[in-house]
Design a protein around this ligand. Structure first.
Ligand code: UDP
Length: 475
């Protein structure tokens, strides 16, 4: 079995951003021209561990499509790993967030397992790359490839998508595990300044926040009828199914054909105020806390809660999903009949990622309030996604969420451990639609200015330009 899989990427033209960005589009044009010149004859490789599910896969899908559309040979490959490898890398991931995860060690024996698991992928990759190429390695799963690649590629970049604001001992253990690998990279990219590890060469550290794609199935405009049709086809609301269509990345028409796997007494009523959280089924997203907060503290009459996440069978590098979903199901089953009627759990089909994205899009657009009550978060793409849809977002005052939401202007920041305050924020926005609309409108502008993929691409071109010109710059 091959140890590396290529993920196909259909090119997309950046031209579609011209009307969205107005005069600012000239910066994009300059970046495209520079990229074509400096990257002629080179490949930019992105290596991660899954093409499906989660924020990294989501971002690569669109950024690499636009990079290819700009005339650059960008390629995406994923490594394979067995259950033991992903158990260890998930543990490291949790540690990087400052959390113990499954409580297991990350010591010498885990290092041996980790390196052994990566050896086959390293060997295959070495056979694919050229010494003019630039390789981006994403997250802990791929950090161990630096040793094998450093002498055979032009430049190596390690992109870390997770981090925490106040490092603790648990996080430092993960840093110690990864440091020997990542120190061999030419640059490290973190999502925010506070996430750059202590003791790294500051001259190699770049701060580039993530971004969203305004035109993907996840974020493209959907009119009210399309939202209804998609939700009905997914089984979330009543309806005859309607057309339920969306535009795929390659420009063709897509249609939502698969229903979500639902825990609900009945579909969400048309007129019900709806609170939504969309996340992987992960303890750090605190779905259990969201449910408790809604059930025990929220007072708004008749409000419904929808917790949506990917079908748990499908996210290969996330072994915890099924267990977390089972806990939430059990928690829901304990609710009073009235509350149970108002709490919906949806596991969204992952067979077709764009279909999945279109359902997420419709869910976010149907929401009266979008919640992201994570206990740890690198950036929180779901926040930017909902903000772009002009939704009022209530989210934890942690990690990159704080860079997105300006409290009281473009959303509300809460302490995720304070269920009372979180519930008060939810009730407050459900009770005051005018305020909710104003927060939503400001949120959309915030994303237009700072969190669209075009900004991200410009920053990466700057990074690559710096590496190619032999420079070393801290940003
Ligand atoms: N997501 C999705 N389908 C789902 C649930 C989540 O496509 O059923 C997406 C979500 O819309 C977002 C990404 O997964 O784009 C999650 O990224 P985020 O940064 O919020 O969290 P992560 O999963 O990376 O911790």
């Amino acid at each position: 079995m091959p140890a590396i899989a290529q993920v196909p990427i259909a090119p997309s033209s950046l031209e579609r951003f011209r009307p969205v960005l107005g005069n600012d589009f000239s910066q994009v044009e300059r970046a495209i021209a520079t990229a074509r010149r400096m990257l002629a004859g080179r490949v930019i490789w992105h290596v991660n561990s899954t093409a499906r599910g989660g924020g990294v896969a989501e971002m690569l899908q669109s950024l690499l499509a636009y990079t290819r559309g700009a005339g650059v040979d960008a390629r995406w490959v994923t490594i394979v790993g067995d259950a033991r490898f992903f158990e260890i890398t998930k543990r490291i991931h949790n540690h990087l967030h400052g959390a113990e995860g499954d409580g297991g060690e990350i010591g010498a024996s885990e290092r041996a397992t980790y390196e052994r698991a990566l050896a086959a992928s390293a060997e295959e990759l070495v056979g694919m790359v050229d010494n003019k190429d630039i390789v981006y390695l994403h997250d802990p799963q791929t950090a161990g490839l630096t040793e094998a690649l450093r002498s055979v590629v032009g430049h190596l970049v390690w992109r870390c998508h997770v981090g925490l604001d106040n490092p603790n001992e648990v996080a430092r253990q993960a840093w110690a595990f990864l440091r020997p690998y990542i120190e061999q990279a030419d640059a490290y990219v973190f999502s925010r300044r506070a996430f750059a590890w202590e003791g790294l060469d500051d001259g190699k550290a770049w701060i580039i926040p993530p971004s969203i794609d305004a035109f993907s199935a996840k974020n493209q405009e959907l009119g009210p009828e399309a939202v209804k049709a998609i939700l009905a086809r997914a089984g979330l609301i009543e309806g005859d199914g309607g057309a339920g269509v969306f535009v795929r990345q390659n420009g063709s028409q897509g249609r939502v054909d698969r229903a979500a796997e639902l825990d609900q007494e009945a579909p969400i009523p048309d007129d019900a105020p709806l609170v939504v959280q969309v996340s992987r089924w992960d303890g750090l997203k605190d779905p259990s806390g969201v449910l408790r907060c809604f059930a025990d503290r929220c007072r708004h009459p008749g409000a419904h809660l929808l917790l949506a996440g990917p079908s748990v069978a499908e996210v290969a590098d996330d072994p915890e999903g099924a267990g977390v979903l089972a806990e939430i199901r059990a928690q829901r089953a304990e609710l009073s009949a009235d509350l149970r009627r108002r709490v919906h759990l949806a596991s969204l089909p992952m067979d077709d990622l764009e279909e999945n994205a279109a359902i997420v899009n419709a869910i976010q657009r149907r929401a009266d309030v979008v919640l992201q009550k994570s206990l740890a978060e690198g950036f929180g793409l779901t926040v930017a996604e909902a903000m772009w849809k002009a939704r009022p977002v209530i989210a934890s005052r942690i990690g990159g969420i704080q860079d997105q939401i300006q409290h009281g202007e473009s959303g509300l920041l809460i302490d995720p451990r304070d269920l009372g305050a979180t519930a008060a924020a939810i009730d407050g926005l459900l009770d005051d639609p005018a305020r909710a609309r104003a927060l939503g409108a400001a949120a959309r502008e915030r994303v237009r200015g700072s969190f669209l993929g075009t900004r991200d691409l410009i920053q990466h071109m700057e990074l690559i330009g710096t590496l190619l010109s032999g420079g070393n710059r801290s940003r």
